[in-house]
Design a protein. Structure first.
Length: 241
């Protein structure tokens, strides 16, 4: 029987959601002036953001591998993709109200929508995905060096093109998840799950112990949780303040 879900991926995604919640609550406390932290430059926070985002994209890539293994039709893919794209637009609208000078125009959901489509189109490329992932990650840094050296025009820094990630200056926005290097992380998640599915020990499906089942349940509702957690945190902060 082809896998419908993978509990390990759901547990990992659920853990990433809880980590993200703690991170965002600290960000909200800082934004309210209740703590004093530099979320934009302090490695304590920037590396956490990188790790959380990497977990999400690895899980998203793994999910595409599982979907391809069970023969997910394009109609079902578009239905889920449409939900993500709609939520991305809602995030943009909400951020315009909260941060009019640094609103989110290409954040994690925007990037996820583009990357999921590319992952779907390349899901049958097999072991080449490992190389493509490494190339996508390397391109971001090679391009930045070339732009600094004057070998590539700086127009990639402009708002209409900086979603590609070939930049030397980070744009002023509250959440920025460009195509490069992050597509490489999703490709690696896709390749890793395809490798696991080829192993003789890949089945039967793993059943998480009782202590981890809440994380698996949470990971199964990741998009809903993502959209609701910040309003709940801001409401809680308002009550506490």
């Amino acid at each position: 029987m082809k896998p419908q879900r993978h509990a390990g991926v759901d547990v990992l995604r659920g853990a990433a959601l809880l980590w993200m919640t703690a991170y965002h609550f600290c960000f909200d406390l800082n934004n309210a002036g209740l703590i004093r932290q530099d979320f934009y430059n302090d490695p304590v926070w920037t590396w956490q953001r990188t790790a959380i985002l990497s977990l999400f994209l690895l899980c998203a890539g793994a999910g595409q591998a599982l979907a391809a293994e069970r023969g997910q039709p394009w109609l079902q893919f578009w239905r889920r993709w449409g939900q993500i794209a709609l939520c991305a637009l809602l995030v943009t609208a909400g951020s315009v109200l909260m941060f009019p000078k640094s609103y989110i125009y290409f954040g994690v959901l925007h990037g996820m929508a583009v990357m999921l489509l590319l992952a779907r189109l390349t899901v049958h490329w097999g072991r080449w995905l490992w190389w493509l992932g490494g190339l996508a990650i390397a391109m971001k840094y090679v391009a930045a060096y070339a732009m600094d050296a004057g070998a590539i025009p700086l127009f990639f820094n402009e708002k209409g093109l900086n979603w590609l990630g070939l930049i030397t200056t980070k744009p002023q926005t509250e959440d920025y998840v460009p195509l490069l290097p992050w597509l490489g992380v999703m490709w690696w998640g896709l390749a890793a799950m395809q490798w696991w599915l080829r192993q003789p020990t890949s089945g039967p499906a793993w059943t998480p112990p009782p202590a981890l089942r809440p994380l698996a349940w949470l990971g199964n509702w990741s998009l809903s949780y993502y959209m609701l957690h910040q309003p709940v945190l801001l409401g809680l902060l308002w009550v506490l303040a």
